[in-house]
Design a protein around this ligand. Sequence first.
Ligand code: GLN
Length: 548
Amino acid sequence: MPVKKKTKWIVVTGGVISTLGKGIISSSIGNLLDMRGYKVTNIKIDPYINVDAGTMRPTEHGEVFVTWDGGETDQDLGNYERFTDNKISMKNSITTGQIYQEVIRKERNLDYKGKCVEVTVHIPEEVKRRLHDAAKNADADIAIVEVGGVVGDYQNILFLEALRQMHIYGDDVVFVHVSYLPIPATAGEMKSKPTQHSIRALNSLGIQTDFIIGRANNVIDDLRKEKISVICGVRKESVISCPDVDTIYEIPLMFKKQGLDENILKKLHLKPLKLNGKLKAWTSFVKRIKTVSKEINVGIVGKYFETGDYTLEDSYISVIEAIKHAGYYNKVKVNIQWINSSDFEGVHAKKNLNKLKNYDAIIVPGGFGGSGIEGKINAIKYVRIHKIPFLGLCYGLQLAVIEHARNLCGLKDANGVEIDPKTNDPVIDILPEQRKLLEKKQYGASMRLGEYPAILKKDSQVSKLYGGLKKVFERHRHRYEVNPDYLKKLESYGLVFSGMSPDRKLVEYLERKDHPFFIATQSHPEFTSRPLKPNPLFNGLIKAALKK
Ligand code: GLN
């Protein structure tokens, strides 16, 4: 009989302020333990009521990361996958909404057998069940649980309570608190008081942290490490410095230098297995990032960039990372520029379109709704005519089809029904089953989601990029499709459908023969790009950009 695995737990909490990079820190710990040969899985707890991230605007929440099994999750799952090269399940994304939904479902089913169902008892119980279920599903030696928000928030208390209970009642749990150490200009020195308060807040919930990771502009000096250690009740070697760095991919190496992984393993009563070959590959990857000197410019034409006075690049974080991976792989630093699609509409459109000449490649990423669409279509027309390397992702494919239909097939009014429901030529249409869902207002988790196969056309550019593979898998998140009634017409004017769904009904990839690199996909290939294994389409785009 196989021995039942008992997963060990690392819980990462945050203190003082949000957006400290807890996701990257959890990913980096995962990366190091993976290099030591442990089977690691990263889990994210999001304390909001939304059942998943799928119903939130990108400017509200950042990117929606799609898992292979169709989960619409927090963007941190993307970091976890990139740092550990794991394929993470939707089970690893837990929200308050999911917990309450399940408890209420059970209550309605009389599963609690007439008991009073209570927040303080049954909610943490369901949290623990979900955590164990995720760890078991991943067959994990070690599960790293990142608790969203900051200690002291009202929203995440029940999750922290569940984790406290796990620690007290039988699970091996190590707590890591990520805190912020400000250096106020007027004081001129690093202050640890906010961290002390944050640890107090954690103590008041019955949790004593084992490690403190101090985020700051600079490294934490010895004196302050000593002070934090004494006041916060952790060993001095367990106070870890995490200053700002040039590249996030350097963070695992920085933690390794400070012995974080070894000390965590010791606390979990696990052997510090020897670091394997992955460390060498990762180290030379980081070295390459720091030494590339050649630069190219890639423009992203989109619309989810601005919140107030700030640019929110988080909306496209996987696209950005995929571009970087492909860049570093080809020994070039890619300057990514945000181009608002509305620049290509109205009176200044022509002048602005001409600026696209200055780019080595253009990407039109995914999106929803009708605003900014004409600008994107104009940009696609420009890069088609001027032979600028182009990659269209999801909506990017749909808009490339509309552009082709309007400007080359003579279907002047061609459109997608998402943009104009009454268009005479719906070259992008909605599947009948999707239409029914929308009519019933069933918006949550109802798109075509997750991994789907595509059969690639022999000898096409796309098939060559994928190394001659006949069948490839990428992740999807969309409701609309290229209308099969128009395929023949679109093809007869020079568009090549180089990848189709196995039943040959849905377009998955397209390319052009009259262009050095004009490729689009209905999928989101950005989700499968890894630092050491760039996605083939992004790799191809960067190679084409270098040739230009
Ligand atoms: N809005 C389009 C659709 O739903 C494209 C979605 C996307 O780009 N992810 O089909």
